[in-house]
Write a protein that binds this ligand. Structure first.
Ligand code: PMV
Length: 333
């Protein structure tokens, strides 16, 4: 009962920052993202009586029962899967990525999306896309958006059981061919405060949280319409504003959560400078120091050249809208 899947991370243009249900991972608000090409995580899952305990190896590092990653994230997900499939079997999971994990390149999204697909295949659960996004969501919320390719929205839903909180595609990856995202690597160190902790703290303690919820539907409408009309200015401007609102929730949480490093700030200044020169580009930042620049293909090379000169930027990766998660026969073990 072995299967392997591959999935790409997605970067939110309208962020998910806060849950209405911690156990089922139901968000306070809907969100919209773009799935990236060039970056991927491959995951092989095997269920077998010979395994006495779950064994999870991510990029050569093992996470067992007792480790924070297993007890708080992966183990909880595997228990949900076992309950759903009506099995008691233990599993071996091996993942490999071509980018650093847990540093703000949405590795958990790609990781849980690939795991969900591999689990569905290996246990013959027969889940279709909508149900796959519902299962993936229960590993890490944003992974629901990595089941599809291109531009994707994850609906917050209203129901208590979470059955109306799923992801769906807005546009396929080839729909907007000159849309680019330039990923700027500022640090490969794992962030100290995971998004799960950071967002729960914001819901509880940030005085700005009401303002976030009051303006989110407007951001969602603008970004969705902007994608459909390929209106880059509308998408970029709204995504940048939304990112700054998310980080103002983090900054005003008690105690505060500050994800930016000086390199993050250097890139923000460079983006503002480029805009002043007439090069249209915008930035977005998730729960980590990495910063991503949104631009159109015609400006991408010029922007990349400028960013590469910044001392605190370790690497620059050019990405465009990527494909959906897929099953592959190339197992990792
Ligand atoms: O899905 P999580 O728990 O990794 O949280 C993701 C949070 C952000 O990346 C900051 C925003 C988002 O919508 O992806």
């Amino acid at each position: 009962m072995k299967a392997t899947a591959i999935a790409s991370p997605n970067i939110a243009l309208v962020k998910y920052w806060g849950k209405r249900d911690e156990k089922l991972i139901l968000p306070q608000n809907s969100s919209i993202s773009v799935v990236l090409n060039n970056l991927w995580i491959k995951t092989t899952v095997d269920w077998n009586k010979k395994y006495k305990q779950d064994c999870c190896i991510f990029n050569q590092k093992e996470f067992k029962k007792g480790s924070k990653e297993y007890d708080k994230y992966i183990g909880l997900f595997l228990n949900k899967v076992r309950k759903m499939a009506g099995i008691k079997l233990r599993t071996k999971i091996k993942s490999q990525s071509n980018f650093p994990l847990a540093a703000g390149f949405a590795s958990s999204a790609a990781g849980f999306a690939s795991l969900t697909l591999a689990v569905n295949k290996s246990l013959e659960l027969g889940l279709k896309n909508k149900e796959l996004t519902i299962l993936a969501r229960q590993g890490s919320g944003s992974s629901a958006r990595s089941i599809y390719g291109g531009f994707v929205e994850w609906l917050a839903g209203k129901k208590k059981d979470g059955s109306d909180s799923f992801a769906r595609q807005i546009a396929v990856s080839d729909y907007w061919q000159d849309f680019r995202m330039i990923l700027c690597l500022i640090s490969t160190k794992e962030k100290k405060i995971k998004s799960r902790i950071g967002m729960a703290r914001a819901v509880k303690t940030s005085p700005m949280y009401k303002g976030w919820l009051a303006t989110i539907n407007d951001d969602l409408k603008k970004v969705k319409n902007g994608i459909i009309k390929k209106d880059f200015s509308l998408v970029g401007k709204t995504a940048e504003e939304n990112c700054l609102k998310m980080h103002s929730l983090a900054l005003t949480s008690k105690p505060p959560v500050i994800y930016w490093l000086s390199g993050t700030m250097d890139v923000i200044q460079a983006v503002i400078g480029l805009r002043e020169e007439g090069v249209e580009c915008y930035f977005t930042i998730d729960a980590g120091p990495q910063i991503k620049i949104l631009c159109l293909a015609k400006n991408a090379v010029r922007i990349k050249k400028r960013i590469k000169k910044i001392k605190n930027v370790q690497d620059v990766i050019m990405a465009r809208p990527g494909k959906e998660a897929k099953i592959t026969n190339q197992h990792l073990f």
